[in-house]
Write a protein that binds this ligand. Structure first.
Ligand code: BTN
Length: 325
């Protein structure tokens, strides 16, 4: 079976009309056997195709494909950013990290993919990344002032994503330290920031965002926590292109602002959007568990926890609500 994603056939079937084998073969220049293999591949990706005897093939599900040219054009026009759109990649973050480490390949463009075969979450977790369902993108950036100046960056990205979604009517979206984006306690998006560079000098940073847009039929059981997709929240089908442009509209100026002013301008907004503010939680760092009440984050994005032994600060850790109270 061909490993390539049959995007041309998907694009043709996208209108959900019946297309005969003869028409498909003629338009795509492939044999009947190749069509059949591609149909199977489309089904493996999670989209139903009916084969109607003597008539042809028809896509059962809607597919929200990117139009690569249009997307690149609009991103460049709106944000001055170049972008590369892949049908499939291991991970958009890994792609940019490889370019940084090898010193080859373009580092002035945002990498977007229809799917990731090895999407990565925080703490080495998998980020489930099915085809054409969600957003998976990474932005490279060079910061000149060392690692300390990057404190709070992932939180600032969270603020930008939340504000971009509030603006399109997704209220009740909140952040959870350090960089989860939640809707009513269900995970909507995650941020993965990776850095290569000098502790006190120039740093190459990769900022990856994964956001659930369409509710993927086959994902239950694969994702090990409660999650939600944008079209469930908005009560209709969203366009991934529009959502991506909307996020970049907030994200790109926010990164520029962070570059010059650091986390300070985001601090108040982050605390305002924090779903766990004032809540009793437990924070796990390695094998240690600390109980306390969330008192927001400080100027460098560290979590402040009021405990019976005073305020404790965290630079890393897993926060969860105390359900035993
Ligand atoms: C998390 O919440 O654990 C972070 C998830 C980050 C996922 C995004 S999807 C685009 C980019 N590429 C990856 O492999 N991961 C990030």
């Amino acid at each position: 079976m061909s490993k390539r994603i049959p995007v041309e056939l998907l694009r043709l079937l996208c209108d959900r009309q019946i297309h005969s084998g003869e028409e498909i073969g003629r338009l795509l220049g492939i044999s009947r056997a190749a069509i059949w293999k591609q149909v199977q591949k489309i089904e493996e990706l999670g989209f139903g195709v009916v084969s109607l005897k003597g008539q042809g093939y028809q896509l059962v599900d809607t597919v929200d494909l990117f139009d690569k040219e249009e997307l690149s054009h609009r991103i460049h026009e709106c944000h001055g950013l170049f972008c590369e759109v892949f049908d499939e990649i291991d991970s958009t973050n890994s792609e940019l990290m490889r370019r940084i480490q090898s010193g080859s390949g373009s580092l002035d463009c945002c990498v977007i993919s229809e799917m990731q075969t090895a999407g990565r979450g925080r703490r080495g977790r998998e980020w489930v990344s099915p085809f054409a369902q969600n957003l998976y993108f990474s932005i490279p950036w060079v910061f000149e002032d060392g690692l300390v100046a990057l404190e709070g960056l992932s939180l600032a990205i969270g603020v930008a994503v939340v504000e971009s979604l509030h603006e399109i009517g997704c209220h009740e979206i909140s952040v959870k330290w350090p960089n989860d984006i939640l809707y009513k306690n269900r995970k909507l998006a995650g941020i993965l920031v990776e850095v290569v560079g000098e502790p006190a000098g120039r740093c190459n940073v990769v900022m990856g965002v994964g956001l659930n847009v369409h509710k993927y039929m086959n994902a239950s059981g694969v994702i090990d926590q409660p999650w939600v997709a944008l079209d469930e929240i908005l009560g209709g089908i969203c366009s991934r292109t529009d959502i991506l442009l909307q996020i970049l509209r907030h994200l790109v100026p926010s990164i520029r602002m962070f570059e010059t002013e650091g986390f300070e301008p985001f601090l108040h907004r982050w605390n305002q959007f924090d779903s766990y503010q004032g809540k009793e939680v437990m924070v796990q760092v390695g094998n240690e568990v600390v109980f306390g009440c969330v008192a927001g984050v400080d100027h460098s994005g560290e979590l402040l926890l009021e405990t019976p032994n005073g305020v404790k600060r965290f630079t890393s850790g897993e926060v969860s609500l105390r359900l035993d109270l």
